[in-house]
Ligand binder design. Structure first.
Ligand code: AMP
Length: 249
């Protein structure tokens, strides 16, 4: 069973995000970039499936600038077998990425596609759902447990007020939630080994996909600065301030 897993290069989640001076977006020059945390979980899950003898090959794919190769090398160091970079120098929106992944699904015929539930830069939470629709595949989003048996994926997912279990006929699309697993640390020997693993580079045109952006960002602004708090002497003063100043009671 082939597993295709998508990895996005995003601003590292520990980096303090700064808005560009012209308000056109977020400043990504000279800041640390890393693999989207939900995608690390996706790669870890795919590699565990391979280690358990369920998957035979794990293919990592990333769409974006040439530096996304580093993100793919990390996926290879976690344990993916080969990688595909779909190189594009423009902003790739979820619909464009979903179309690219759909073209790869047609080409590679994986039984399972694992994506992160959302990218922490755009917070769209759209790509997996769009891919499932475009490829006419069953989907389970926000997976906290995946079991594969007899051509079926059984997926546990946390929903409001409880847990839900879905049964999907493979091939299928699954997106990961935080509780699915804890990704392993990448070791130096595995980083070295990853350098020798195959990494293919394609262009969107090679897959026949038009990635022209459909959405335009009008303006990005910093959230308002929080003002300092005050200490009050007693509950009476607190209630008074909540009524007269905060006007929340
Ligand atoms: P989003 O819909 O943008 O929140 O992203 C959801 C998931 O889609 C991410 O966690 C990735 O697994 C995948 N994805 C989105 N954009 C890309 C990209 N440029 N390259 C590879 N995977 C992506």
């Amino acid at each position: 069973m082939k597993v295709l897993v998508s990895v996005k290069r995003v601003l590292d989640y520990n980096v303090k995000v700064r808005v560009n001076a012209d308000g056109s977006g977020v400043d990504v020059a000279n800041v640390k970039m890393s693999m989207n945390p939900f995608d690390e979980i996706a790669v870890e899950e795919a590699v565990r499936l391979k280690e358990a003898g369920v998957a035979t090959e794990v293919i990592a794919v990333s769409a974006g600038v040439a530096q996304a190769q580093d993100t793919l090398r990390t996926a290879l160091a976690i344990g993916a077998d080969r990688a595909i970079l779909i190189e594009a120098n423009i902003d790739l929106q979820p619909l464009a990425v979903a179309k690219l992944l759909k073209a790869l699904v047609d080409k590679e015929q994986p039984q399972l596609v694992i994506l992160g539930k959302q990218a922490v830069d755009d917070d769209s939470n759209q790509t997996g759902q769009m891919l499932a629709a475009l490829a006419s595949l069953p989907q389970a989003t926000f997976a906290s447990k995946i079991t594969i048996k007899n051509g079926t994926a059984t997926v546990g997912r946390e929903v409001d007020g409880g847990a839900e279990t879905l049964s999907l006929t493979l091939p299928a699309v699954v997106t990961t939630d935080l509780r699915l697993n804890e990704p392993r640390y990448v070791t130096l020997p595995n980083i070295m080994k990853a350098k020798k693993k195959p990494l293919e580079t394609l262009k969107p045109e090679d897959l026949g996909v038009d990635v022209t952006p459909r959405l335009k960002t009008l303006k990005v602004i910093e959230p308002p600065q929080r003002s300092a708090g005050v200490k009050v002497q007693d509950v009476k003063t607190l209630v008074e301030k909540l009524k007269t100043e905060a006007k929340v009671v």
